[in-house]
Write a protein of this length. Sequence first.
Length: 287
Amino acid sequence: MIGDTLLDTASQRAGRVNPELHQQVKLQVEKVSRVFRTPNNGSLKALEDISLEIGQGEFLCIVGPSGCGKSTLLNLMAGLDQPTSGEIRLDGQRVGGPGADLSVIFQELGLFPWLTVLQNVEFGLKMRGAGRRQRREQAREYLRLVHLSGFEHSYIHQLSGGMKQRVALARSLVLQPDVLFMDEPFAALDAQTRDLMHEELERIWKQTGQTIAFVTHNVREAIRLGDRVVLLTFRPGRVKSVFPVDLPRPRHLEDPELALRAGAVLAQLKEEINKAFEEEYGRATQR
């Protein structure tokens, strides 16, 4: 039943890891809120009292309406920002800032156009102080992993959108981060390339056992990739529901069961989208 896809117990609804699937908790978000100051000296509460866990090797997807704080939450978990209250812990240790153990891939990718593909993948290792031979060997290993061995001397402008995404993946994975954060990485890709990247990412995730937190607006994409899907409410962002995805892999976007699971998430997402619309419409009529 579709309704059964929603986790039942209070601990699961709070975003806790299912111990049957993931024995070790990798990342914990404990009662986290984030408030921003606005230009008129007011305040905007982006996130409120968020608690969730990500298991070792888990693929967690986060969805929600625009303005719910998905990217804000990702930045907090990655140490790029600090919560107003609450705490985030990696392997039990507080996350106090960015580090090589937490890697982020943004939609814009941030690849360096003046460097070759190989040099882009080497860059983080070079910043760590790795020797030239070591970083070359490791960069080439990860370029093989993402099927780009024949393009190591190419420049970024010579690559397709999907190839750029794979360079960004290799550049992050070569650092062997504890958690890989991905913020709408495939949003700008055409449908065919996006489907290919889903297959590539799932293959790499299985091969490496990487822990991944993945933000997306696309509910089918979340069901296609995730072990669990966390749905956030409209501002302030809170955990509204957590959906386990126990469909066998590999999954395909056209699978009827996948579409049914996505429909269950969409039904709740639409409630939050309507709240966002009502708030914006109310503001517009008051002007």
